[in-house]
Design a protein around this ligand. Structure first.
Ligand SMILES: [Zn+2]
Length: 303
C-alpha cells in the first residue's frame, strides 16, 4: 500500500481520525456509555426534568482515586447482583485518612457510601423565556436496533445521570410524596456549601400542562404512567414492560463494577487480590491506596 501524500491525504487521515472517534455508536442520548454525569458546584442552580420515578438506591464508591491520579466512580461489587457480585477490591484494599475528635489522623478502610441514581434531562430558559431542553452533539444510530448500522450527528437533549446522596434526594423524595410523581414538572435545584456542609435547595416548577392528566390518573395507579409519554418524547427505547430508565441506570452501575473497569483504573496486581502501597502514585486528597495487609504488617510489626 502506498503512503498517502499531499493535502488530499491529510484530509483523508483527518476524516479517518474523526470516524474512529465516533466508533462508540450510541443508540440514543440516554445510552449509559455517554450518560452525562450531572454535578452542581457551590452556588450553582440547574433546571432538570426527571425521566423516571424508579431511582436506584445503592451503596457505591463514588469519586474514588485512580492509579492515574484522577478519580472515577466504582460500584461496590458486593452490592451488585448476578455474576458481577464478588468481594470488593476497594473495600478490601483501599483506605482513607480521617480526623478523629481529638484531631489525630487515622487511616480507615474506604467503605461505600449510600447513593441514589436517577436520570434527568437538563433544561434551561431561552431568550424568549421559554423553558427548553439543553442540547449537545452526539452520533446516534439511525436504527437503534442495528448496533453496527449508520450513525448521524445531531443535536440531542442533554440526558444526565444524577448521582447524589441523601441531602439531595431527601427533598426530591418529599415532593414525590406530595405529587405522587416527579415527572410532571421541572425542578430547579441549587447547591449551597461544600463537602459536609453541602445543602441542596429543590424548587418544583409549575406543572407541565401536558402531564396534568397523567398526574390525576397516577393517583389510582401503581406504576407511573407519565413515564411512557416522556420516554417517547425523548426517543428512549423500551423493551417490554421494564422501566427503560431504570435499565439504563443499572447498566451504568454494572459497567462501573466489571473486572475490566477495576483493572483499568485501580492498581490491581495480577490475580486481582493485592495492591502494593509503594507502587501507588502520590496524589492530593484524603484517600490513598495501600494493601491493608501490607500496611498492618508495616505499622504493627510482629515482635
Ligand atoms: Zn466496596
Amino acid at each position: 500500500m502506498a503512503y498517502g501524500t499531499g493535502f488530499g491525504a491529510v484530509q483523508e487521515v483527518m476524516d479517518r481520525a474523526r470516524s474512529s472517534q465516533s466508533v462508540a455508536k450510541v443508540a440514543h442520548p440516554a445510552d449509559p456509555r455517554v450518560l452525562w454525569n450531572l454535578g452542581w458546584k457551590n452556588g450553582e442552580t440547574k433546571l432538570v426534568r426527571f425521566l423516571s420515578d424508579a431511582v436506584l438506591a445503592i451503596p457505591m464508591h463514588a469519586y474514588t482515586p485512580t492509579k492515574d491520579g484522577g478519580h472515577k466512580d466504582f460500584a461496590c461489587t458486593l452490592e451488585l447482583q448476578g455474576d458481577l457480585q464478588r468481594p470488593c477490591w476497594i473495600c478490601e484494599n483501599m483506605t482513607k485518612k480521617v480526623k478523629t475528635r481529638n484531631g489525630d489522623l487515622i487511616e480507615v478502610p474506604l467503605k461505600p457510601t449510600p447513593k441514589v441514581l436517577g436520570v434527568v434531562v437538563v433544561r434551561e430558559e431561552d431568550e424568549k423565556g421559554n423553558v427548553v431542553d439543553v442540547t449537545r452533539e452526539l452520533d446516534i444510530l439511525v436504527d437503534p436496533n442495528e448496533p453496527d448500522g449508520a450513525t448521524e450527528t445531531s443535536d440531542v437533549p442533554l440526558i444526565a445521570l444524577v448521582n447524589q446522596g441523601q441531602n439531595f434526594w431527601r427533598q426530591v423524595n418529599g415532593y414525590y410524596s406530595s405529587f405522587r410523581t416527579t415527572l410532571d414538572r421541572d425542578y430547579s435545584i441549587s447547591r449551597k456549601g461544600d463537602r459536609l456542609d453541602t445543602e441542596y435547595i429543590v424548587i418544583p416548577q409549575d406543572v407541565d400542562d401536558d402531564y396534568i392528566s397523567f398526574r390525576k390518573a397516577e393517583r389510582d395507579q401503581v406504576a407511573p404512567i407519565a413515564g411512557p409519554a416522556l420516554w417517547d418524547q425523548y426517543g428512549i427505547v423500551r423493551h417490554g414492560d421494564e422501566d427503560p430508565i431504570l435499565e439504563i441506570v443499572i447498566k451504568w452501575i454494572e459497567a462501573k463494577g466489571t473486572k475490566e473497569w477495576f483493572e483499568r483504573w485501580l492498581p490491581i496486581t495480577s490475580g486481582g487480590v493485592t495492591a502494593v502501597a509503594d507502587e501507588a502514585p502520590a496524589r492530593a486528597g484524603t484517600s490513598k491506596f495501600s494493601g491493608l495487609k501490607d500496611r498492618i504488617a508495616r505499622d504493627y510489626p510482629k515482635e
